[in-house]
Design a protein around this ligand. Sequence first.
Ligand code: MGD
Ligand code: MGD
Ligand code: SF4
Ligand code: MO
Length: 700
Amino acid sequence: MADMPVDTHCPYCALQCGMSVGTAGEVAPREFPTNRGGLCQKGWTAGSLLSHPDRLTSPLVGGRPVTWESALGHVASSVRALQEEHGPDSVAVFGGGGLTNEKAYLLGRFARVALRTSQIDYNGRFCMSSAAAAGNRAFGLDRGLPFPVTDLDDADVVVLAGANVAETMPPLMGHLTGARLVVVDPRRTPTAERAVVSGGLHLQPVPGTDLVLALGLLHAAVTEGLVDHAYLSSRTTGFDDAWQLAAQWWPERAERVCGVAAADMRTVVSWLAGSSRRYVLTARGAEQHAHGVDTVTAWINLSLALGLPGTPGSGFGTITGQGNGQGGREHGQKADQLPGYRRIDDPRARAHVAGVWGVDPSSIPGPGRSAVELIDAIGTPGGPRALLVFGSNLRVSAPDAARVASKLDALDLLVVADFLPGETARRADVVLPVTQWAEEEGTLTNLEGRVLRRRRALDPPDGVRTDLDVITGLAALLGFGGFPTTPRAVFDELRAASAGGPADYSGITYDRLDDGEALHWPCPSTDHPGTPRLFLDRFAHPDGRAHLVPVDHVPAAELPDDPYPLRATTGRVLVHYQSGAQTRRVGELAAVAPEGFVEVHPDTAARAGVADGSWARVESRRGSVLARVRCVASLRPDTVFLPFHFGGDQAANLITNPALDPVSRMPEFKVAAVRLIPAPVTTPVGDREAGAVLGAAVPA
Ligand SMILES: Nc1nc2c(c(=O)[nH]1)N[C@H]1C(S)=C(S)[C@@H](COP(=O)(O)OP(=O)(O)OC[C@H]3O[C@@H](n4cnc5c(=O)[nH]c(N)nc54)[C@H](O)[C@@H]3O)O[C@H]1N2
Ligand SMILES: Nc1nc2c(c(=O)[nH]1)N[C@H]1C(S)=C(S)[C@@H](COP(=O)(O)OP(=O)(O)OC[C@H]3O[C@@H](n4cnc5c(=O)[nH]c(N)nc54)[C@H](O)[C@@H]3O)O[C@H]1N2
Ligand code: SF4
Ligand SMILES: [Mo]
């Protein structure tokens, strides 16, 4: 092992800030275009989990330590027995957008070839699926940002629709200092605060009504004569049909649904049309809805009407979330997909990938069920009886958590590969302890489609294996000994599998990356410079044009009513990451945000009889969450907000609605009808689900 610090990237979000890591796991920020030497608190403290006392270092079967041979043997024989009795689809796989490209790719091959199951999906279904579907539909290709983040440095106006980047990617704010910001968020977040200070605007829509807002903006653009007709006619199709629906949403009418003032809509459109460098960016606030695809489409239609996409210095983008949220959606761990961002129902794609895998195309199963549907099918005839989880703590992060828990408990076999005992791992039949980011090699693809090297800085603790070793080991026990074993060999196979596909990695090599080349996909040959900016000459549809798709307002799947009069929305805080499996175990972070909370307008709190700082129950038709009340005067009175980073009875997903988008199958994390009731708490105890004492509390 080298004695020098090793250059790598943060294990958490898609900004993939550059850092260097020493042999004891000490982290230092490193100059890299996305973070320019900055890190957020999560990145700074990421090293502390490498040697955390909760670290898993032995395989467990039934909660008892066993050897690797015994654990993997148990999994292989159980899988074989289940499949003999119930068929190949009785075994399912659940992956994650935090997995390296190599892991995501190999997991997909493992499922299709070694398990012969169609049942594989991943947590990106909860994250990027609506934006991805909308991007594919409009542009013929889905790369979150089709331009480098440094392009934003020169922006005059940036619209952030449902993105709280000041907390979810703090160093990204450094690229937005010169721009007038328009932040669309029901809450006055730190990002929204910056918008106001920057001379921009904070638009505060009712949760679940962004689509109407975007239609109102398009209406204002058309009626104020601000549409770029030359661009529309040379680079797009479909404007007339899209306008037919938008024509009914004049700003005053849109205001009555979304709550954003018509005058503000006109101002925003005039800013966008009146400057030459402008961007519209969406994130989960606009996307995690039962009509998230259409909502993103409405933002894209507005961007196209103003001539932004594929124009130098301007653009539309979606801000990818997880560390490898971009690469994780390209290499085949998604139910409907094969490597290279190919469709699994495309005969030519099947033939190409089958050739790389050395199998008959007809033997590749799929498409399978999407994440929520896969979980839902557990315990039903023909549904999964075994689930192998790599890189998700779905017991906390999937919608309608009580139902998810009962589904997972109904499995014959739950196998979780993880390095920490999160809520999902703790209830698994088999736990497989794996290496962490700083102990392994691989690649990730960041939010701008740039492929980055993750490098090994220190030795893993005794007893753990890499995910790749786990996957190849299981494949071998199931009779498939030919899987590549080293990260480099897996990547080379991925390159071949992706060649000719929409996300073509064939020209990207470890050597080129190690030489410091900045390579954005597509990169179809080893002498190709990569593609930092897409769509400058043509969009990826066969006709070369971007397609406006007509969309109309659809209300949220569940609306407030007498018993449940408030809209709950959910999201993130700065110091915690996702289900909190990692960050709740970092003392400095847990000290800042030790427990679940609910943001409530003071008038709403008074009406519900809950006081600032007291405990309350937030109840929906599906369940009830315990949360500490935080009165926030800048919040909409009809809305409450909960972070989803906590487990046990503080898990926000106990109340969320698993209603799915018809296209992307994304659940509606951002709107549920709820009520608030006081919950007197007497004895403070540890968060029973966190595995660490966090000073949380339960009601009497
Ligand atoms: N600190 C931290 N950073 C993270 C993560 C984390 O867990 N913690 N996770 C990473 C991942 S995987 C992701 S996907 C990204 C997510 O990054 P973001 O999308 O920025 O995060 P969220 O907090 O989920 O949602 C953003 C905002 O949407 C608002 N919102 C809620 N409902 C609506 C609505 O109907 N319309 C609009 N316009 N806004 C709404 C919320 O109030 C919230 O402030 O963050 C990444 N970075
Ligand atoms: N209510 C609500 N729910 C949400 C959201 C929301 O906004 N609101 N957001 C959704 C979004 S955008 C996302 S991305 C999901 C994320 O939610 P999850 O899928 O639960 O993601 P994490 O909490 O990051 O869980 C990752 C788990 O895998 C482990 N892990 C990390 N890296 C690796 C690895 O390389 N290999 C293996 N084997 N394990 C690893 C971690 O220790 C952790 O236990 O949550 C979704 N859920
Ligand atoms: S912004 Fe994201 S990548 Fe950067 S340090 Fe924070 S969590 Fe890590
Ligand atoms: Mo995400």
